[in-house]
Ligand binder design. Structure first.
Ligand SMILES: [Zn+2]
Ligand SMILES: [Zn+2]
Length: 243
């Protein structure tokens, strides 16, 4: 599996850098995980967006879905070159208004996932875990043979993330706050991300969903401190990780 970061800011794009989006490629399959603001533009630097096999959305906050509508227009307007008759868009069905938007006649088909059975996309197994967030959101564990990538999606810290992330090759965390942040949170701090990686015994940690106004190096240093010996990297556009 090859994962390429297409955008990594939380909340809104800033100075040419987009919000959440990751291209996952495996055996000729192109899967887009989240489709935030700026992601479609960035995706076109790597593949023709008409060559996507599937889109998987963690939740329906705009910083994870802002470019979905224009991606559907791309598929609507360039019919001849698309890889499939319909683009498969996976999302949860806990929010029927947003879920309904995934289906566009002649263009895309919404497919619901759930947290009690895995969803297979090609040879990849997707498992989902409901997170703690103001709207229904799902972390995902993507497994090929015995190797997994875990993406926390947006979430406050909770203990269930440790089991869900256990022994994964790569853990991508929602790290929107520095370690000294206090009060009610819907995202994790650098400390929580680092400690989660350590408790789950993951091979590598990638902090993402980063804040616009705190230096990435500072976020990385703090996370690495709590992750101990686990190699930690901050997400940046174009970063590729092979698992
Ligand atoms: Zn977000
Ligand atoms: Zn969110």
């Amino acid at each position: 599996m090859l994962l390429t970061v297409l955008g990594f800011y939380g909340g809104y794009p800033y100075k040419g850098i987009g919000t959440s989006g990751y291209l996952l490629q495996d055996e000729g399959k192109n899967i887009l995980i989240d489709c935030g603001s700026g992601v479609l533009n960035e995706l076109s630097n790597y593949i023709d967006p008409l060559q996507l096999d599937a889109v998987v959305l963690s939740h329906y906050h705009h910083d994870h879905t802002a470019d979905l509508g224009v991606l559907q227009y791309n598929w609507q307007l360039d019919k001849e070159n698309r890889k499939h008759d319909l683009l498969s868009i996976y999302g949860h069905s806990q929010d029927f208004v947003n879920y309904a938007q995934l289906t566009m006649e002649g263009v895309s088909q919404g497919i619901a996932y759930n947290d009690y059975e895995p969803t297979m996309i090609g040879s990849l197994k997707f498992e989902f875990l409901r997170t703690i967030h103001p709207v229904p959101a799902y972390a995902m564990r993507i497994t090929k043979n015995d190797k997994s990538i875990v993406y926390t999606s947006d979430t406050a810290y909770f203990d269930g993330l440790v089991d869900f992330s256990k022994d994964s090759e790569l853990l991508i965390t929602d790290t929107n706050f520095p370690e000294d942040k206090t009060g009610k949170m819907w995202h994790m701090t650098t400390k929580q991300s680092g400690e989660l990686a350590k408790a789950a015994g993951v091979k590598r940690l990638m902090i993402s969903h980063l804040p616009q106004h705190i230096d990435a190096d500072t976020m990385l240093k703090e996370s690495q401190h709590y992750a101990g010996s686990i190699p930690t990297i901050n997400a940046f556009t174009g970063l590729e990780v092979e698992v």
